[in-house]
Design a protein around this ligand. Sequence first.
Ligand SMILES: [Zn+2]
Ligand SMILES: [Zn+2]
Length: 297
Amino acid sequence: MSGAADAEPPAKTRKSGAGNGGGPTHPLIDIHIHQAPDRLQAQGMKGGGRRTEAQFLAHQKAVYAVGGVILGGNDYDYEFMRQEPGRYVRFAAAPAPGGDRAAAIEKALKGGARGIGELRWEGDTPFTRSILDLARDHQVPILFHFQESDHPAAVYAEFYRTIEKYPTVTFIGHAIDWWGAIDRNYSHTGGRYQRGRVTPGGLTDQWLARYPNLHGDLSAQSGNTAILRDPDFAKDFITRHQDKLMFGSDCTCTTGGMPTCWTGIKLVALNFLQLSAEVQRKIYLTNAAKLFNLKTG
Ligand SMILES: [Zn+2]
Ligand SMILES: [Zn+2]
């Protein structure tokens, strides 16, 4: 979250949809949200920037989001979830390294979290296996952030072994390596946001085709780069994996408007591809609604 975004007036004082580049056109479910509850923010907890729940709801309204997945929402009490059950689910994440992270995640699952994430992929470690056992036993999806450059043990090319070990677990992939590896020539040593035409046959593309339990989230700058670096490839990729990909933003801004809102930027990028109406409906709304049992209207 940027300081500039912090300085914006509260969204409720702005007109709905103001500054969002002409207005959103698709009802959507955002599967990649970070938002702390007001009560914990008052106690100084970090996460989701300093956006209040009211600002978050105004942001969702401005981008026509009808629901979503609150990552790291753990077993927290959100007023907007109480008001309208069936629109949002909470995922469990261990906020800080240290302590028994798996126990913290298990506690949140027992407290009503309906998934695990977002978590850094750390490789096939005892912690990874313990949380995948939890995902399997609680029958909940798990969302991973892949970034080998930060975690040398987290070798992306080996991730498929874990998918194969847990065939009943629903995996959702996101971030630098996930999107970089749509290209068969991808190496994380080449930088975070690699540009230019995609060489088909990347690991992410192969795995999405091979494993029915693997899904992807379109969030963040990595998702935008993948969409925009080679729009012809992106249109083909999204169309081929139309039943596996879901809209996500990773946006923590307060306004839901352009030009700094990740949700707005992604809508512009996706609209640029001119995907079919059926594909749009799936990736914006119905894939996530089915996976997380959420309302669509
Ligand atoms: Zn995130
Ligand atoms: Zn935003």
